[in-house]
Design a protein around this ligand. Sequence first.
Ligand code: C5P
Length: 239
Amino acid sequence: MNTRPIIALDFPNRTDVESFLTNFPKDESLFVKIGMELFYQEGPEIVRWLKSLGHDVFLDLKLHDIPNTVEMAMRRLAGLGIDLTCVHAAGGVQMMEAALNGLKKGTPEGQKRPLLLAITQLTSTSEEQMHEDQLIEVSLEESVIHYAQCAAKAGLDGVVSSAWEVAQIKEATRPEFISLTPGIRPAGSEVGDQKRVVTPGKAREIGSNFIVIGRPITQSETPYETYVQIKNEWNGEQK
Ligand code: C5P
């Protein structure tokens, strides 16, 4: 289990990230998630900058393209020194293998290869939508498990999933197969548009390896205090 909750930096630009980070002690090393909005606005420099501040970076770009394109893109991303990234399992086993290869080839000497996770079904997809839009006839749960098994077959390190699916995913793959779970809300906080939420403590109990949490921290009046509280709960160190 990674002891630091990953903070989703869902901000439109670097200026807003800079102002958010002033809430944290300078020497506190964070694990942050950069999504498409911030990356497409600021480009690779945003990754280099956050790494230079001593933070770990999950670059959440959810790649999905032909294997060769994904492999080449992953080589570039690995060169940025990221720590974790992801692809869509729907791209297929061959595409996921290519992604992993790209990361291996692109990792600078002496550095650790970034972890590679797969997105199974997006949590915004309902079973009905999956049946209608993707013409997948099995249940949503079966589809998630199947994609997790494909990711394991391709040699990936784990999947992004709802906390509720962690136990089944590990059972269907292997106990060390990583589950990174968003949809985390501290008890009593605003749920927003997240539907199947769990608390940091519950995520820990269920066996998540990483949790991702955004708005409860980024929109908090006291982001650092909120972060510490969530981190303590995640680590089972409730006061
Ligand atoms: O603000 P909140 O805690 O809901 O942010 C969660 C983060 O995790 C967002 O960046 C969101 O895009 C991401 N995410 C998610 N559900 C997934 C995959 C990613 O909420 N299945």
